[in-house]
Write a protein of this length. Structure first.
Length: 227
């Protein structure tokens, strides 16, 4: 691999690592375009577009549109080239009512988002990424978060406990029963004086994220994904 190709690959990996959810991907794409001279547009304003300039429009941290007006563009005779892609990816999306406790093990209800290779998610440390809505004074504030450290873990069953033949390596996953990441134990919560919450795990609400929970954070929205 030549030097230029290596630089492109490293830059792409850096972007992927910083974009654990579509919300972060949208934000990071917008920043990249703005850093390269693109002008930010607002949906509710009249646009005054100039030739030989680029523009970017981001909606609710979910959708992004970037375009460039050519220096010789003619509105009557010119053509428009459109490329479309998606910025979401397969993930375990945290459910609205995610608090599950079984045999003193605290788990998280998740939804399998997309057509993922879910067997590859087992026996890995999982972080969190997405968008939350929390209370700050008398206002509700939106924040994007990404937690790269281990917060959740999705264990698999030891091989000698599985009912399979010697050469059968296929895994039949029950989404409802098998894919519930572990976040803590009852003993851990008692030692750390976590408050009981019937909707969300307090361990998630008080995790050291990129916003301070000292601001009276209350997770009212569940656009969070494991990554």
């Amino acid at each position: 691999m030549d030097k230029k190709a290596r630089e492109y690959a490293q830059d792409a990996l850096k972007f992927i690592q910083r974009s654990g959810s579509n919300f972060l991907a949208c934000k990071n794409l917008k920043e990249r375009l703005e850093n390269n001279g693109f002008i930010n547009l607002s949906e509710g304003e009249t646009w005054n577009l100039n030739k030989n300039e680029g523009y970017v429009l981001c909606k609710e941290n979910r959708n992004i549109c970037g375009f460039f007006v050519g220096k010789n563009f003619n509105i009557d005779t010119g053509s428009i080239l459109i490329s479309i892609g998606h910025i979401d990816s397969c993930a375990l999306k945290i459910s609205p009512n995610n608090n599950v406790i079984k045999k003193k093990i605290h788990q998280i209800n998740v939804e399998c988002y997309g057509s993922g290779l879910w067997h590859t998610w087992f026996d890995r440390s999982l972080g969190l990424s997405g968008q939350v809505l929390y209370k700050k004074g008398n206002k509700l504030v939106e924040k994007l978060i990404q937690i790269n450290k281990s917060v959740l873990f999705l264990p698999s069953l030891a091989i000698h406990l599985q009912n399979r033949t010697r050469y059968d390596f296929s895994v039949k996953i029950n989404y409802e029963n098998h894919i519930k990441p572990i976040i803590s134990t009852t003993l851990f919560n008692q030692l750390n004086k976590c408050k009981r919450n019937n909707v969300h795990h307090d361990t998630i609400l008080t995790t050291d994220t990129k916003f301070s929970h000292k601001e009276n954070s209350q997770n009212k929205r569940d656009d969070q994904m494991c990554h």
